[in-house]
Write a protein that binds this ligand. Structure first.
Ligand SMILES: CSC[C@H]1O[C@H](OP(=O)(O)O)[C@H](O)[C@@H]1O
Length: 380
């Protein structure tokens, strides 16, 4: 299954707000439309919003290459500024998942190289260089890089799945939060990829999916995509997590990540921190699964990770219907931070990393990423 499609001139996104009831595809033909789709969570999931934003840059390059410049400014100058502006709009769409900015900057680096451009400060040189670049060359470069990012993420999911599967119980319950599967990545998923590969390798798992209020990624997305693959999924409300652990139903917890700080503190969907505290209280291993592109060594600890605040209406309303009095105020941090001390291991495409994370994360930076040739046909 894929939640995105690139047809050479448009990015099609499966509208995840409509799942599981309807499979509706939304067409994006500009960077602005991709940014709006990311902000509205039509597309979501740290790795997948990075892929979408990368194609958003490709759309901006296509638009700039073919775009008339009505104000008569030199084409090169307008081209450079329109690309930088599109990149800024995409990066601003959501603040927490580092994959978004990482992917946009990776494509922009390729374009700046092509334009032999210094950062925006020396636009004059870039403008000159820009006029020397064939109009559609930039779009081709951007599209090639976006495709590479998607392909590497697919391979990364497979590598994470293979590395994490042995950590799962041979027979037992595993709890997961939010959605970390094919609807959040370009492959089989991160935490969900571990679940898929473990089951494919013969583990008998009962998966406890938390509904994940308020956006309900667990109920609407994880249950939907894993049941389609024949996995044994039990949906629980978020406040049942303590119960299933206390009853001994859960032998491991595995979740995704949106940004991992240099010391291993991890931002993930709100509610993850509570699950980590509960797992520690019950002596249950707590695993984080993420591609290395989710690691942000420039952030020393979780305290510095920006936490997205979303509309309170996503808390006070369900499917557009009010579930609270209009006068009530509501808090909606979309993520929280789990301290490294509560994380048993971080499963990445560069191996299973264990504490002390400062050194294991830094060492992994030198490990080459999973290569697309290493991926196999998903088991499902
Ligand atoms: C493959 S990990 C995806 C990660 O992103 C989700 O956040 P959102 O649904 O708001 O994009 C959640 O934190 C997942 O763990």
């Amino acid at each position: 299954m894929r939640a995105y499609r690139w047809d050479g001139s448009s990015l099609w996104l499966l509208d995840q707000r409509r799942l599981p009831a309807e499979e509706v595809w939304v067409r994006c033909v500009s960077a602005g439309e991709v940014a709006s789709a990311i902000r509205a969570m039509i597309v979501r999931g740290a790795p997948l919003i990075g892929v979408a934003a990368a194609y958003g840059v490709a759309l901006a390059a296509k638009e700039a290459a073919g775009g008339p410049f009505p104000d008569g400014a030199p084409a090169g100058d307008r081209l450079v500024s329109s690309l930088e502006q599109a990149a800024g709009t995409l990066k601003a769409a959501r603040p927490t998942a580092v994959n978004l900015a990482w992917a946009v900057e990776r494509v922009m680096r390729r374009l700046r190289e092509a334009l032999s451009q210094e950062p925006a400060g020396s636009r004059g040189a870039a403008a000159t260089a820009a006029t020397a670049v064939a109009p559609d060359a930039l779009a081709r470069i951007a599209e090639e890089e976006a495709r590479a990012i998607a392909s590497e993420d697919e391979a990364s999911c497979w590598a994470i799945g293979e590395a994490g599967a042995p950590l799962m119980p041979e027979h037992g319950g595993v709890l997961t939060h939010c959605n970390t599967g094919a609807l959040a990545t370009a492959g089989i998923g991160t935490a969900a990829g571990i679940l898929r590969r473990a089951v494919a390798r013969g583990h008998s798992l009962r998966i406890y999916a938390t509904e994940t209020r308020p956006y309900l990624q667990g109920a609407r997305l994880t249950a939907w995509e894993l049941i389609r693959d024949g996995l044994d999924v039990t949906l629980i409300t978020d406040n049942m997590a303590g119960y299933v652990m206390q009853q001994g139903f859960v032998q491991a917890v595995v979740v995704g990540a949106d940004r991992i700080a240099a010391n291993g503190d991890t931002a993930n969907k709100v509610g993850t921190y509570a699950l980590a505290v509960l797992a520690a209280a019950h002596g249950i291993p707590f695993y984080v699964a993420a591609p290395y592109s989710t690691v942000d060594l420039s952030v020393s600890s979780g305290a510095a990770i920006p936490i997205e605040e979303r509309s309170p209406e996503e808390v006070t309303h369900l499917a557009g219907m009010p579930i609270a009095p209009p006068q009530v105020s509501a808090l909606h941090p979309a993520f929280d931070v789990t301290p490294a001390r509560l994380i048993t291991a971080i499963v990445t495409d560069r191996g299973v990393l264990r504490p002390p994370y400062e050194s294991s994360l830094a060492r992994a930076a030198a490990v080459p990423p999973a290569r697309p040739s290493e991926r196999r046909v998903p088991s499902s």
